[in-house]
Design a protein around this ligand. Structure first.
Ligand code: CA
Length: 226
């Protein structure tokens, strides 16, 4: 799952980025309103964390309004230093899905991020994702097949999570790249193939059950039954 962080306080922005990356999210951080608006409207994010007060031609509320006017319904968590009722109402009226007053504990931010991602996709309403005999727990960051633990790197985990949240849908390489890797990641043309190969080696190869990760030639990859 890919997240955009728009926050002009570099320390906070980078702490959020690092913290979320440790939980296998792909994160881009930008530090002013103009760049935030440009990224939010051109890249396909699963969630946007938006500071309310930002330098530039648009602030957080401005970005939010532009997004909703453009019919981009990516969930937005608004960060606000002001915690007055008026400000919250203003943010929610502008189309924010949730807000968090500063200062906040990272664990609370993480809980809200998870809740928002759950809310926007019915398949994620359960805490443990399952497909056939394959299970993945995004909170504990564990995966298992037929009850046997599968050890995955953070990137393999993120890729498998994305496949499981979109089970039985053919996903193009571009889609996988955009949702599992961040903007400045070093991506080579065969990076996706390489990682899908790693996953197959861990998720399909060692098990007697049917293969779950497939290639639809010329289209992309999918998790499903043959
Ligand atoms: Ca700010």
């Amino acid at each position: 799952m890919r997240i955009l962080v728009v926050e002009d306080e570099h320390k906070i922005a980078n702490a959020i980025k690092r913290g979320l990356e440790q939980h296998a999210y792909a994160v881009d951080a930008v530090y002013d309103g103009d760049e935030g608006l440009a990224m939010a409207t051109t890249e396909p994010y699963d969630l946007i964390i938006l500071d309310r007060m930002l330098p530039g031609k648009v602030d957080g509320l401005g970005i939010l309004k532009e997004l909703r006017t453009a019919k981009i319904h990516t969930p937005v968590l608004l960060l606000t230093a002001k915690d007055r009722v008026l400000d919250r109402t203003e943010g929610l009226n502008a189309g924010a899905d949730d807000y968090l007053g500063k200062p906040f504990a990272f664990i609370e931010l993480l809980a809200r991020v998870r809740a928002l991602l759950r809310r926007t996709n019915t398949k994620t309403a359960v805490t443990v994702l399952a497909y056939e005999d394959l299970e993945l727990d995004p909170q504990a960051m564990t995966a298992a097949r037929a009850g046997k633990d599968i050890r995955l790197t953070a990137k393999e985990f993120a890729l498998l999570e994305y496949f499981m949240r979109h089970a039985e849908q053919v996903l193009t390489k571009e889609t996988l790249m955009q949702h599992v890797w961040n903007y400045d990641a070093d991506i080579l043309p065969n990076t996706i193939e390489v990682y899908v190969g790693y996953l197959r080696n861990k998720v399909d190869k060692p098990f007697t059950g049917p293969n779950l990760i497939h290639n639809r030639r010329g289209f992309g990859y999918y998790l499903g039954k043959e």
